[in-house]
Write a protein that binds this ligand. Structure first.
Ligand SMILES: *Cc1c(COP(=O)(O)O)cnc(C)c1O
Length: 346
């Protein structure tokens, strides 16, 4: 891949914002350069390169720290990629539909066209259709696997085929990968210099409030994103908290295992309800299902303080609701509500 040919010219030419302390060793310095207040515990700007967090994450993922980029949520990383590669009003991004709604929002904000390729009726991906919809202005292709809102994973062989044959940056959004039976594309990262794997601390790790997403990619690409991101995008509390939390991976995996067994329990229950016609298999921490009575059901659940997500207006998703797997207590209450729901004629 010729990265310099793909990058927007102004981004390639720009100099990174530089703080006086970037180059020094943080620990043994007297900081009088950034107009901070000398008193207090949270008075200092955080490390813009997040070195401790990168070292820790690299250790736990078995990758190199210079392949990592952190974002204020993984949404920020997607935004950085669009801004690095897509010339507004000219370039485009290709993704699949249905998929994650934020891709559309970010493209619109950046005045970049988003081309959506319909998945097959069983929500599987047609790699060929994805490639066919690309043109010379397609700089980025985004795949979401496991996919939100459908819950299925795409075939590793299809994703590798696209990494091999797509001429731009292939982004795999793996927000739900820790719930998946399928392995991460991270293991193939060394083979493809155009591959970006995005993951997050918001779902399996249970730290959505800390707004920290992570991405793995070729060091040259990582250096580019680290150059253009806002310097202090990950606050100090998040950096410190996550460094400690990474030691508790066992606990995270236990929580994931519990959620997976709860997912199967909910699935079994959903399959028994007469007003539900289809329950889609899930590789994530939510279930999508189809019912003609989706709208009534959503209202009924809301009356009982349970908020679920309608996906009815999305392509291939007519009459569907998406339900997140909650705590065992929440799931039991939900199941009781679902069992006592009496649809009225529509
Ligand atoms: C939840 C989710 C994310 C995570 O976003 P953050 O900004 O990291 O909280 C990313 N992609 C998809 C598909 C999601 O569903």
């Amino acid at each position: 891949m010729n990265l310099n040919k793909l990058i927007r010219k102004n981004v390639l030419a720009m100099k990174a914002y530089s703080a006086a302390r970037y180059l020094v060793n943080y620990e043994d310095m007297q900081f009088l350069d950034a107009n901070e207040n000398p008193f207090g515990e949270w008075n200092r700007y955080p490390d813009p390169l997040q070195k401790k967090l990168k070292a820790k994450l690299a250790q736990s993922k078995g990758c190199n720290p210079d392949t990592i980029v952190f974002g204020n949520g993984s949404d920020e990383i997607l935004d950085l990629l669009i801004r690095a590669f897509c010339e507004p009003g000219l370039d485009n991004v290709v993704t699949h539909a249905p998929g994650y709604g934020m891709y559309q929002t970010l493209c619109e904000l950046n005045n970049v066209a988003l081309k959506e390729v319909l998945l097959n009726p069983d929500f599987s991906l047609s790699a060929k259709a994805m490639l066919d919809s690309c043109n010379e202005n397609t700089k980025i292709m985004i795949l979401c696997s496991p996919n939100n809102p459908t819950g299925n994973s795409f075939k590793l062989s299809d994703m590798q085929y696209l990494a091999q044959n797509f001429k731009g940056i292939l982004v795999i959004d793996e927000a739900y990968i820790d719930f998946s039976a399928q392995e991460s594309m991270l293991s193939t990262m060394d083979k493809f210099d155009n591959l970006v794997i995005i993951q997050t601390f918001s779902k399996a790790w249970g730290m959505a409030a800390l707004r920290t997403g992570m991405a793995f990619m070729h060091p040259e690409l990582a250096a580019l994103l680290n150059k253009i991101k806002l310097p202090y995008n990950i606050n100090l509390f998040s950096q410190q908290f996550i460094v400690n939390e990474l030691d508790n991976a066992t606990l995270m995996h236990e929580k994931v295992a519990l959620l997976l067994s709860e997912r199967e329990l909910l699935r079994t229950q959903l399959l028994q309800l007469p007003y539900i016609t289809e329950v889609f298999p899930s590789d994530a921490n939510f279930i999508l299902f189809r019912s003609e009575y989706h709208s009534q059901l959503q209202d009924y659940l809301l009356q009982h303080q349970f908020i679920v997500r309608s996906r009815h207006t999305m392509p291939l998703c007519n009459n569907t609701l998406r339900i997140t797997i909650g705590s065992p207590e929440q799931n039991r209450q939900l199941i009781a509500l679902l069992q006592s729901f009496k649809p009225s004629a529509i």
